[in-house]
Design a protein around this ligand. Sequence first.
Ligand code: G3P
Ligand code: MG
Length: 253
Amino acid sequence: IWADSADPADFFWAHRGLSGSYPENTIPSLSAAYESGAKWIETDVDICDDGTLLICHDSTLDRTTNVSGRAVDLVAEDLAHVDAGGWFSPKFVGTPLPSLDEVVALVNETGGNLNLELKPTEAGARAAHSLVSGVLDELEAIEDPSRVLISSFSPLLLATLHQAAPQYPIACLFEQATLGPDWLTVCELVGASAIHPELAGLTREMVQEFKAAGLQVHVWTVNDLATANKLRNWGVDAVFTDFADRFIAAWAN
Ligand code: G3P
Ligand code: MG
């Protein structure tokens, strides 16, 4: 059913790891994604009050752990004994919150690629600088910067990172609501080589415009195979999915 011979391992990016089958953004989820053959995993990083980096999608721990609290109010010791797996299934009780250091170690062990999404911190511009410098310190352990793609909904964070470390490829994330006529200016200002648009509302014409601007196009979040196939036919380069394992296997059969 596929339009071309693209490698499914390149096309299906594991959104928060294999988050359809594992607790999102944990080492088991990220590690299983690489094991299933995915070449790219996506994970989210935020910053706590004391500068500790936090691998978590939401601005609070409430949904995905056994504790509550906003990232901006937490410090390292609050994270030490957090259970980030039991909310998903009793099978995963006791799964710790990963550190970025552990995620980077996994990337190096597997030889995989990492899309690190910088979450717009609620603590403001000063914390934004700390987030960027903390992330850059950790990423130094990955020898080849082209194995990392930094993305964010925040042009401020992306511009800060690009200024400090232009060797890292950058992607601009857009919700349809924020995808205004200035998308190309935003991409150019932050040095982006890729655009990550939301699936809802995306059209073939928009994809054509992104491609004509020379950008890689990676669409989030695509959890059915027919839609993925349609996007591939439109010229999309990759999609984020919670089911990278199933989709890569389905392509192979
Ligand atoms: O980075 C792709 C996608 O993860 C962006 O949205 O809310 O899932 O982080 P979100
Ligand atoms: Mg994300």
